[in-house]
Design a protein around this ligand. Structure first.
Ligand SMILES: C[S@@+](CC[C@H](N)C(=O)[O-])C[C@H]1O[C@@H](n2cnc3c(N)ncnc32)[C@H](O)[C@@H]1O
Length: 460
């Protein structure tokens, strides 16, 4: 593991310790030690976002800690992306069960996560899935979860309902309702949901998927391999959740369809369904506030022309650009952008960011005046060190400042009109590289790291 990765993991764990409402216990982070082979990551998750497991684990415990003795099912667990995170959170008396029809994925998870952890169990299920288990004998629409009624505290189905037909969605939601405990049960599932807004976004060319092929009430991306990407009608899914007996459920939309979203980490849509006493009012108010903050930021970025799937790496680029600008400022160099009137210019508005010492993000040996890439782990560390108790709204406001400055900077840089005024008054074009997804930032890595960063912020 490289040094920045180690630093990031340490910071992420510190954030968990500070803020997680989970049962305390031995907190070994296997994510450091166990990384699934790239071929497996690619086959199951398009090779992206190993850290996203933390996000879903976080959602599963929001306003509702896992009780001691908790039992968690991860249906369609793959190689254990969520388990890798939960291994650092569950105490020895809490149990995890991962089920999946992909033999290689289960084999890897058993060997690398289950070994030495008797409370982590991975089992192969023989459910038919053309992409993942083409010889499977059991139809998902008839698969009975191998658990007693009312016996589980959580069910995860992450990126699973996106690969099954509507009959299987119905069965899996009903089975989840059957096995979840009536007092503490929560389902966290991701899905692609169709509604009129999605149709409009597809027509406007904003969506990641076209979903042009109708299969029953659902739509698929690839006619020859329908289970690769399946989207289901929102209304039908809500009816199914209701009929299954969930007293409370929420839908959080992801950005796959090009929709500005509550949280840039959420690519797929998400269902969170609860049994028991639900603090829905508090949660909803909180989520709505967050939706407004993140949604407004995301909307501004999409409006600026950033493709929805590049929101997270763009934010990392924005942070990197601002940290460089602040460093130049400390060297007596100003960045000037065109302003409202002809010939008028203005400096960047970075008051909040100036309150944070980002100097450790750039090696002291970096040549003065050069643009230096900054890794996200060191950004996160600088923000944390600025004030460990920094409240979430302050962090989101900081992010807002950075995003809006970056949009102005990007617009001016594309027009070639960003100027650097040196200490002696001479002016030169500023050497700020434009945002280019996949080049210096590595989109997958940036998104994964930004996911950890945001889920860290989300815990306050
Ligand atoms: C995109 S992967 C996601 C894996 C894991 N949940 C994660 O988030 O990393 C989809 C997983 O669903 C599994 N799967 C596909 N069809 C399934 C079905 N009908 N029932 C249960 N699992 C299924 C696949 O084998 C695969 O591991």
């Amino acid at each position: 593991m490289s040094a920045p990765d180690a630093a990031e993991t340490a910071i992420a764990s510190a954030l968990f310790d500070l803020t997680s409402g989970l049962a305390s216990g031995s907190r070994r982070s296997v994510a450091d030690e166990a990384v699934a082979p790239e071929s497996l990551q690619r086959a199951l998750n398009g090779g992206t976002e190993a850290h996203i497991g933390a996000h879903y684990a976080d959602v599963s415990t929001r306003d509702r800690a896992l009780p001691s003795g908790a039992r968690v099912l991860d249906l369609g667990c793959g190689y254990g992306r969520v388990a890798l995170d939960l291994a650092g959170r569950l105490s020895d008396d809490q149990e995890y069960f991962g089920l999946d029809p992909h033999a290689e994925a289960i084999g890897w998870a058993r060997e690398n996560i289950g070994k030495g952890r008797p409370n982590f169990q991975f089992d192969l299920i023989d459910v038919l899935s053309r992409p993942y288990n083409p010889d499977g004998e059991v139809d998902g629409a008839r698969f009975r979860f191998p658990f007693e009624d009312d016996s589980l505290d959580r069910v995860f189905m992450i990126s699973v309902l996106t690969h099954v037909d509507l009959a299987t969605v119905r069965n899996y939601l009903e089975e989840s309702a059957r096995v979840l405990k009536p007092d503490t049960g929560r389902l966290v599932a991701t899905i692609f949901l169709l509604d009129r807004e999605v149709d409009r976004l597809i027509a406007d060319g904003r969506s990641e998927y076209q979903l042009a092929w109708q299969v029953g009430e659902s739509r698929v991306e690839n006619r020859d391999n329908p289970e690769l990407v399946i989207a289901h009608p929102l209304d039908r899914v809500l009816d199914i959740l209701h009929d299954a007996g969930f007293p409370d459920f929420r839908v959080r939309r992801g950005h796959w369809s090009g929709r500005p979203v509550a949280n840039v980490v959420d690519f797929q849509d998400m269902l969170v369904a609860d049994f028991g006493t639900v603090t829905a009012a508090a949660l909803d108010a909180d989520e709505q506030a967050e939706a407004l903050e993140h949604g407004a930021l995301a909307a501004d970025l999409v409006e600026h022309g950033v493709p929805a799937e590049h929101l997270a790496p763009y934010l990392v680029w924005a942070l990197c650009a601002m940290i460089n600008a602040l460093r130049w400022e400390s060297q007596g160099v100003e960045i000037l952008l065109p302003s409202a009137g002809p010939g008028e210019r203005r400096t960047l508005a970075l008051e909040r960011a100036r309150g944070i010492d980002f100097s450790a993000c750039i090696p002291a040996t970096a040549p003065a005046g050069a643009f230096v890439p900054v890794d996200e782990a060191s950004i996160l560390r600088a923000v944390r060190e600025a004030d460990p108790r920094l409240a979430r709204p302050a962090l989101v406001a900081l992010l807002g400042d950075i995003v809006h400055n970056a949009i102005a900077l990007d617009t001016a840089a594309r027009a070639g009109s960003v100027i650097r005024r040196l200490a002696d008054g001479t002016e030169r074009p500023a050497p700020i590289p434009l945002f280019a997804a996949g080049e210096s930032l590595s989109v997958g890595a940036a998104r994964g790291r930004f996911a950890s960063m945001l889920s860290g912020l989300r815990r306050r």
